[in-house]
Design a protein around this ligand. Structure first.
Ligand code: ATP
Ligand code: MG
Length: 752
């Protein structure tokens, strides 16, 4: 195949650039990922050895796809394509000893980290920490991503909370070291430190990975920046692509200045701009473009497409959240029934995973096949985690966390007290738990039964560890038999045990596939693979199902039809971002990323009433909706609550200005407005808002009364002041804070 035939001139220019640093700075859907893939193939065609090329992507899924495409373009080439974390894990297997790591180190996942933080708090005797273990854990992660040590964190600490984080961080590091474990961030941090402190290793890696390519560079953090930088000193053939408008991982330490300052970091940078979008219709792109212009901290950038205008972007307001979910389900069914699309062409994006439940329900009752990306990942399920912990312990006998997890699984009659005796003896002697368990007889306080149980466990361990070099599948099968875990699940009453065994069958299948693909590979490599897997890796766009996922997970993907739901203040933008302008800009970019995933049709929606912590609450629309251009959109209110809505833009006086609504040839299965009933429907007076309140009704406005406002939602009257037409009321809105109105001119309605 001709590698260059279906590329535009600037794309070709980027693909054919071989030596020297290059920055491909380009908008969504302009072919950045395509350029990276083609460039790898092009380099190979120029005779550059596959070994000299390193391509780094954001997810394993993206890496897998890229590998497949490279394989199709240049059969037989085995280029190193992977994520930063996967790349670092592999480097550490060779060079880990330079930072004091055993060969058989364990990689801790999110739940392992949290567990470790809790254990550290316990060990330090801190019962009631002033910040949650989750927050401590994320503060530690952030420190690591900024390459800050416990010492520097302690030095910078400004209050007790900071000091606590620094203290826990130090103890956490000790623990990981003792268990010969690393967390995700360490994978990067250790590699940074090797590259920094071992000049020979750095130079040899720089020479080996002569050509480095990084996609989605706008989302790299300090550590990733340092790694790429260190690999591109003697051979600065570094090509990065990115779009600053799609930077959505600031909360995880991504640093936008990495891309913005690329030209300052390297000499003679070739900059390629791609301004044509090949993905979306004109309407979709115009909506995205208008929205992102509200960000002040950005460089203006054109987004042009030769694609057709397409359908207008659809914005629909529903009543309750279930109406929204049913409405979306109905629309999906019509689109598929029409023959226009398959289920797998459709994606539904939410800001937070908690929202997916309502959609699952609606899809189930509408018999729409769907798959969810995110939520509890497969490898976090208890039974999977149990078996994986056995594997971890077999691989790394120092892994105390794995020991803790499996020593009483299936139950061996070990109580909390026995376990505490073992832990304190181990700590005192500076041994691992497994070592101390071997000497259970000498542990003070242990009863005979517990001694027996610990000794039996170590015997089982030795039998299993002897199998270490067998295929991964065989090790798993054996450990399930010998430990009695399979029998234990079989004996579980009801279907639960069956379900768990079915999940384990899936794990065994994964192991079998791994064995087949990686002849002679070790348990450690399998463990590293599955620990670094992200939920998106298991996703298959070809399954004939609608995809339900978070906006964050949607990065880099594209779908013919996209729904973005729950566009409400507090959800998108997330309430956490309200007081922080730069976080608000990141929330806007998140919506921008969502919008630009859509190829042909885009549906936006929100509902008016959402249950929150068991209570029904009026919502306020997302402020981003007011920033979208109406001329490329159609608007419909299906809530039935508001008949004289003043439009969804506060500055407008009516819902005019929209493109005309497309004729709806398909039956509309969503409930008609009349079918919508609100708990307070009676109080709402038939469900319509007055445009203003007649002066005679003003008496109803008394402090303490509940009111509903079409824009700001539900609120309570704090105080009233003045008389007649000048009477003013101060209202505290549930979601929008306090506001004052001249009551006679306001569209407020007393609801209770
Ligand atoms: P994102 O910013 O979302 O990551 P991107 O810049 O990486 O997007 P790609 O995913 O590479 O963009 O390309 C977007 C779509 O446009 C893909 O479907 C791709 O196949 C198509 N495309 C890219 N370049 C061309 C081209 N020259 N001709 C036709 N289609 C193209
Ligand atoms: Mg891309």
């Amino acid at each position: 195949m001709d590698l260059l035939a279906d590329l535009t001139t600037p794309q070709r220019e980027a693909v054919m650039h071989v030596d020297g640093p290059m920055l491909v700075l380009a908008g969504a859907g302009s072919g950045k990922t395509r350029v990276i893939t083609r460039r790898v193939a092009y380099l190979l065609k120029q005779g550059i050895a596959a070994d000299n090329i390193l391509a780094l992507t954001f997810t394993n899924k993206a890496a897998g796809e890229m590998r497949e495409r490279i394989e199709a373009l240049t059969p037989g080439a085995r280029v190193w394509v992977g994520t930063f974390h996967g790349f670092c894990a592999r480097l550490l297997r060779t060079h880990g000893s330079l930072v004091g790591l055993d060969k058989a180190f364990t990689i801790y996942d999110q739940s392992d980290r949290l567990k470790t933080v809790r254990e550290v708090l316990d060990a330090l005797g801190i019962e009631d920490p002033p910040i949650t273990p989750e927050k401590i854990e994320s503060a530690i992660s952030k420190a690591k991503n900024d390459l800050a040590s416990p010492k520097s964190l302690a030095f910078r600490a400004r209050d007790d909370k900071d000091r606590l984080v620094a203290k826990v961080y130090a103890a956490y590091e000790e623990r990981l070291k003792g268990a010969s474990a690393v967390d995700f961030d360490d994978l990067l941090v250790h590699v940074v430190s090797i590259l920094k402190n071992h000049k020979d290793v750095r130079a040899s890696l720089d020479a080996r990975f002569r050509y480095v390519l990084v996609d989605e560079y706008q989302d790299t953090n300090m550590a990733q920046y340092a790694i790429v930088r260190a690999l591109s000193v003697d051979h600065p053939n570094l090509c990065v692509t990115g779009d600053p408008d799609q930077s959505i991982y600031g909360w995880r330490g991504a640093n936008l200045s990495n891309i913005l300052e690329f030209e300052k970091d390297y000499n003679f940078v070739k900059v390629v701009k791609l301004e044509h979008n090949y993905r979306s219709t004109k309407n979709i792109l115009s909506v995205a473009d208008h929205l992102i212009q509200f960000n002040t901290n950005r460089k203006p950038k054109a987004l042009i497409t030769e694609n057709s205008r397409g359908e207008p972007v659809d914005l629909t307001v529903y009543g309750r959240e279930s109406d929204e979910a049913e409405g979306v389900a109905g629309r999906i069914q019509s689109l598929v029934r029409d023959g226009s699309y398959n289920y797998s062409d459709v994606a539904v994006f939410c800001r937070i995973t908690a929202l997916t439940r309502t959609f699952e329900q609606a899809f189930r009752s509408a018999r729409i096949p769907y798959q969810i990306i995110g939520g509890v990942s497969f490898y976090e399920r208890q039974e999977v985690k149990d078996v994986v912990s056995y594997l971890n312990l077999i691989n790394n006998p120092k892994d105390d966390l794995a020991f803790t997890r499996v020593v009483n699984v299936p139950p061996r009659g070990l109580g909390k007290t026995s376990f505490e005796h073992l832990i304190s003896a181990a700590r005192e002697r500076g041994e691992t738990l497994l070592e101390t368990a071997r000497k259970a007889k000498s542990v003070p306080g242990l009863k005979d039964k517990a001694i027996r149980a610990f000794l039996d466990f170590t015997q089982l361990y030795d039998e299993l560890a002897a199998l270490r070099d067998d295929s991964v599948e065989k090790v798993i099968l054996q450990l399930m038999e010998k430990s009695g875990y399979r029998q234990h699940l079989k004996d579980e009453p009801g279907d639960k045990g069956e379900d768990r065994l079915a999940n384990l069958e899936e794990l065994i299948t994964a192991a079998r596939e791994f064995d087949a693909e990686h002849a002679g590979a070790t348990i450690q490599e399998f463990l590293s693979d599955i620990t670094l897997a992200s939920p998106i890796d298991r996703w298959d766009q070809q399954t004939g199902a609608v995809t339900l996922m978070t906006l964050h997970a949607a990065k880099g993907l594209e779908f013919p039809v996209v729904f973005i739901v729950a566009l409400e203040a507090g959800i998108l933008p997330h309430s956490r971002a309200f007081d922080n302008p730069s976080e608000m800009e990141e929330e806007r970019r998140l919506l921008f990323v969502g919008i630009t995933r859509a190829k042909r049709e885009l549906f936006l929606s929100r509902c008016r009433i959402r249950s929150f912590r068991g209570q029904q609450q009026a919502t306020a629309q997302s402020q981003f909706l007011t920033e979208l251009p109406r001329e490329f959109m159609v608007y419909e209110d299906r809530s039935g609550v508001v008949t004289s809505e003043r439009g969804w833009s506060p500055s407008s006086s009516s819902s005019s200005g929209y493109a005309s609504r497309r004729p709806e040839p398909r039956p509309n299965p969503t409930p008609s407005p009349a079918a919508f009933r609100l708990t307070t429907a009676a109080q709402l007076g038939g469900g319509s808002f007055p445009t203003t309140t007649p002066t005679s009704d003003l008496d109803a406005f008394r402090p303490g009364a509940s009111v509903l406002h079409p824009e700001y939602g539900l609120g309570r009257i704090v105080s009233v002041d003045g008389a007649g037409p000048n009477r003013k009321g101060k209202i505290a809105f549930t979601l929008s804070g306090e506001k004052t109105f001249v009551l006679a001119k306001s569209p407020l309605k007393v609801v209770g």
